[in-house]
Design a protein around this ligand. Structure first.
Ligand SMILES: C[S@@+](CC[C@H](N)C(=O)[O-])C[C@H]1O[C@@H](n2cnc3c(N)ncnc32)[C@H](O)[C@@H]1O
Length: 159
């Protein structure tokens, strides 16, 4: 399975980078993993609604340029569907069974994902009704994807 994680902006914090690298390394034993960073759109602190939409759409175009037509897209969205780890694992297994071998997880920038990206998504996945910083979300996601593969292989993993 080819898993890509598409994110907006450069990861700056060293402690997050170390965690993500560690889980990406572990995950690479089970799947081909690519973490793709697209540039964030520079914007002032305070934005009108219209400016916010414009920023998200620009970042969205960059995200979509990294996604092939045959890729199954899972957008991370606060108001998406919540799943247990076992459910995520089962769903990834099902996708592989039905020949969907390219999966892209998409994480928005600080303003979130554009409507165009959300429309392209095959599903929207929520990790909770709380808002996480997009860079921390990367770490949480890569750990959960790793956990999914361990669950699907029936390998022990601390609960
Ligand atoms: C700082 S959040 C953006 C907040 C923005 N106000 C919104 O509602 O999308 C950045 C990105 O992290 C991801 N994210 C943050 N919290 C999440 C959660 N609880 N579940 C799923 N994705 C989340 C989403 O992809 C979001 O676009």
């Amino acid at each position: 399975m080819n898993i890509s994680i598409i994110t907006v902006g450069k990861l700056k914090e060293k402690y997050l980078k170390q965690g993500i690298d560690e889980y990406a390394k572990r995950l690479s034993a089970y799947a081909k993993i690519d973490i793709i960073e697209v540039p964030d759109e520079k914007a002032p602190e305070v934005l009108s609604d219209a400016e916010m939409i414009k920023v998200k759409e620009k970042e969205g175009e960059r995200i979509l340029s990294k996604i092939g037509q045959d890729t199954y897209v899972i957008a991370l969205a606060i108001n998406g569907k919540m799943k247990s780890s076992e459910q995520l694992a089962a769903d990834l297994d099902k996708l592989a069974t039905y020949g969907k071998s390219k999966i892209a997880f998409v994480i928005g920038g600080s303003l979130g994902l554009s409507d165009t990206v959300l429309r392209r998504a095959d599903e929207k996945l929520s990790f909770s009704p709380m808002t996480f910083p997009h860079q921390l979300m990367r770490l949480i996601l890569v750990e959960q994807v790793y956990r999914s593969f361990r669950i699907n292989r029936g390998e022990p993993y601390h609960k």
